[in-house]
Write a protein that binds this ligand. Structure first.
Ligand code: TRP
Length: 378
């Protein structure tokens, strides 16, 4: 196995996932090869070329299955193109080169990306990434593309103004300030509440979206309900319940929850909201994560058997033997396709060991140090 290349491993995954979802394998594999570039030929036995933040083990791609009511689940790949040699600056360049090389082939529109590109491009990108791409595959359709830009690329304190300017240029800035005012916990902008991603669909249609993502560290269920409430048509208690069921708690003190607001032309207010729960941080092992994901899929009437089939194509290990195979689950509300998304890790470089079950805290203020285990944040 260790003689296998990154590209070999990831294309085997994709072939399996496409098989489960009834999708054409060659289209997704070819695109992923382009995204991996020369890094694809690295061996799995070598360390990752770059500590990509796409996945915990630094694999540069992450898969997801987007379940929705109207059509079979779609397959998505989130990925970071890497420069050779990789660096923050070189990766950003490689990301743009990847996108540019697909424009003609897939009839992408970079009009809106070009309108804001200079704001997010800097000599010394800061933060966890500069540019990620997302590829969406639906049966019988050409792939759809989205780019993720980092609002904190010029520093955390620059993010609010940077995003304000980007939205103004795209004529979507109308409700931005009031959104921040209503969602951000008092005094927490840039601290516990962060503007973490700015995403653009690379198409021109009337439905083309901008998505603004806010990350809420140490939030509780009320904070999340308040963040969801600002989008009309979204039931905050539904969002809160989804989070509590996914995480098994109402205080999210592990990895932060992330919310996204969908903005489209012609509406002054966000038209949709999604919540992303980093489920891996709130379970002991992947069996528990899988069971929770299945319960959530069932709750919304989706075919959870597909998730089990997909997991079996990614790994042969018992689910109890690791944690992180299902990094997030998300609930998507509003157009164009509400539903539930389950994220899947490639685990190319490592499998994280299961966490010890948490023993309820002792009542006395003195902790029984040796018997009380604390979940590590992952
Ligand atoms: N790995 C990063 C994280 O967990 C980024 C990321 C990848 C992410 N996929 C995601 C964040 C899905 C939110 C939702 O934060």
């Amino acid at each position: 196995m260790r003689g296998l290349s990154v590209a070999g491993q990831l294309s085997a995954h994709l072939a399996g996932l496409c098989d489960v979802l009834g999708l054409d394998q060659s289209a997704s594999i070819e695109l992923m090869m382009d995204l991996l570039g020369s890094n694809g030929s690295r061996l799995l036995s070598e360390p990752p070329a770059w500590p990509s933040n796409v996945a915990d083990d630094h694999t540069q791609v992450e898969y997801s299955l987007a379940f929705n009511g109207a059509e079979p689940p779609s397959l998505r790949i989130l990925g970071e193109a890497l420069g050779s040699p990789p660096s923050a600056q070189a990766n950003m360049r490689a990301g743009y080169e990847f996108i540019d090389s697909q424009v003609t082939k897939f009839g992408l529109s970079t009009k809106r990306l070009n309108a804001v590109r200079d704001l997010f491009a800097t000599e010394q990108p800061q933060g966890a990434f500069a540019l990620w791409s997302s590829l969406v595959f639906r049966s019988g359709r050409t792939p759809e593309f989205k780019v993720y830009l980092n609002p904190e690329v010029r520093g955390v304190d620059q993010a609010p103004a940077l995003v304000g300017e980007a939205l103004d240029r795209l004529k979507l800035g109308g409700s931005y300030q009031s959104l921040l005012d209503r969602v951000i916990r008092p005094g927490e902008l840039g601290l516990h509440d962060r503007i973490s991603f700015f995403a653009l669909d690379l198409d021109d249609g009337p439905q083309a979206r901008v998505k603004l993502y806010l990350t809420h560290h140490h939030a509780d269920v009320h904070d999340i309900a308040r963040a969801a409430r600002v989008v009309s048509g979204v039931d905050p208690s539904e969002v809160a319940e989804f989070c509590s069921l996914a995480a098994g708690t109402s205080r999210f003190s592990g990895r932060p929850l992330v919310g996204s607001y969908t903005l489209t032309e012609g509406s002054d207010e966000p038209v949709g909201y999604s919540i992303y729960v980093p489920i891996r941080s709130y379970v002991s092992d992947d069996q528990e994560a899988r069971d929770k994901a299945v319960a959530l899929l069932n709750r919304y009437g989706f075919d959870a058997g597909i998730l089990d089939q997909a997991l079996a194509r990614l790994t042969q290990r018992p689910l109890r033997d690791g944690v992180g195979l299902i990094p997030h689950v998300s609930l998507r509300l509003g157009p164009p396709r509400p539903g539930v998304t389950v994220y899947l890790s490639a685990e190319t470089y490592s499998v994280f060991p299961p966490r010890l079950k948490q023993i309820p805290a002792a009542r006395s203020p003195v902790e029984r140090g040796s018997t009380r285990t604390t979940a590590t944040i992952r």
